[in-house]
Design a protein around this ligand. Structure first.
Ligand SMILES: Nc1ncnc2c1ncn2[C@@H]1O[C@H](COP(=O)(O)OP(=O)(O)OP(=O)(O)O)[C@@H](O)[C@H]1O
Ligand SMILES: [Mg+2]
Length: 349
């Protein structure tokens, strides 16, 4: 099936600075794609180029296979919910949502009907007459959503729409957004720097770093098979450890052991090994100053699991293990443990 949107080697330069650097990706119709990455990595700039608020410096953006470079923003079938929520404070909820349709000079009946449907979609039927300042943060966020859905965009761009909300409301709106997206079948491109949010909502995640996409894949793949040290480090609780290839295995000083290398690299190659916190198994040990052993420096409880922060004296390394609270109970600060690695990924960059 032809993608609804394709970015082909897109670049955005602001003077000498390159904000988006040679980025290519396809979005399927009806997909929920998330741009995930730290502050300043180019997520908003990428969205603004899709919306047409910003011209691409080089490369092409295609909609249904057709080049969009000469299509102005207002003629693109794209809606956007902005990072800094831009509701009109002096207008009612109804007027805010109707704004896009009024600009299009649609008939009044039609406007009423579509605003009504849109408010219903976001669970705010009956709120049309309220003023924006009479709403909670979560309700305002939903008005912003209704306002961009009312024009029935084929692609909805959402720039950190939940960023300002408290955790509980954020979780609730995450579920609502996902349900809404599935119900309307609209293609969503969602921006966040919260990896848990990206994991729980998306069909695919594009991990951005310094203007480039490091990896684009379904959440489970980004999590279990990160393609680079950056992705491994940014997504989830990872221990990224230096390793060196020898005799077809990877020697990892911090673990005091050599791990199998599916790729049998040549001797002396420097690599990194990423071990998720939950893939480190701990068992009691006599001594922490021998290879493969560590000392518990701190224990942290976080509801369903606990975190053990470990130091490996021999390798001067720090590790974090995620363990069951019952396992944490038999440990204490200063406990000595033996390390066992269940799963890991070998990375070269
Ligand atoms: N109009 C502009 N002129 C010059 N530089 C810009 C402009 N817009 C963005 N930048 C720069 O481009 C880079 C990417 O900015 P962008 O807003 O896309 O980041 P972001 O990933 O959305 O970050 P955040 O998570 O903080 O919103 C930043 O270094 C920013 O300072
Ligand atoms: Mg941004």
């Amino acid at each position: 099936m032809r993608p609804i949107l394709s970015a082909e080697r897109v670049q955005k330069r602001f003077g000498a600075f390159t904000a988006v650097d040679d980025v290519s990706f396809d979005v399927a119709e009806g997909e929920f794609l998330t741009f995930l990455g730290p502050s300043g990595c180019g997520k908003t700039t990428m969205l603004r180029m899709i919306a047409g608020f910003e011209a691409v410096s080089s490369g092409r953006m295609l909609l249904d296979g057709a080049d969009m470079s000469r299509v102005p923003a207002y003629r693109r079938p794209v809606g956007m919910v902005f990072q800094n929520l831009a509701l009109f404070p002096h207008m009612s909820v109804f007027e805010n949502v109707a704004f896009g349709l009024s600009v299009e000079r649609q008939p009044r009946d039609r406007i009423h009907q579509r605003v009504g449907q849109s408010l219903e979609l976001v669970d705010l039927a009956g709120y049309g007459d309220r003023m924006v300042h009479q709403l909670s943060g979560g309700q305002r966020q939903r008005v912003a959503l209704a306002r961009s859905l009312v024009i029935e965009p084929r692609i909805l761009l959402l720039d950190e729409p939940l960023g300002a909300l408290d955790l509980k409301l954020r979780r609730q709106l995450q579920t609502e957004l996902r349900t809404l997206q599935q119900r309307t079948g609209t293609t969503f491109i969602f921006v966040t720097h919260d990896q848990e949010e990206a994991m729980s909502m998306s069909d695919r995640i594009a991990v951005f770093n310094a203007g480039k996409i490091e990896q684009i894949a379904p959440p489970s793949e980004v999590y279990t098979r990160p393609s680079s040290v950056f992705v491994a480090d940014f997504v989830g609780e990872s221990n990224v450890l230096k390793g060196c290839s020898r005799g077809g295995r990877i020697e990892v000083e911090a673990l005091g052991t050599a791990l199998g290398d599916p790729e049998h690299r040549s001797d002396g190659q420097q690599v990194w090994v990423s071990v998720r916190g939950e893939n480190l198994r701990l068992s009691p040990a006599e001594d922490s100053d021998v290879p493969g052993c560590a000392k518990v420096e701190m224990l942290e409880y976080a509801g369903l699991h606990a975190k053990a922060h470990l130091s490996v004296g021999q390798a001067d390394a720090r590790l974090t293990a995620i363990i069951a609270p019952s396992e944490a109970e038999i440990l204490s600060v200063g406990s000595r443990v033996r390390l066992e690695v269940r799963e890991y990924v070998v990375l070269t960059h």
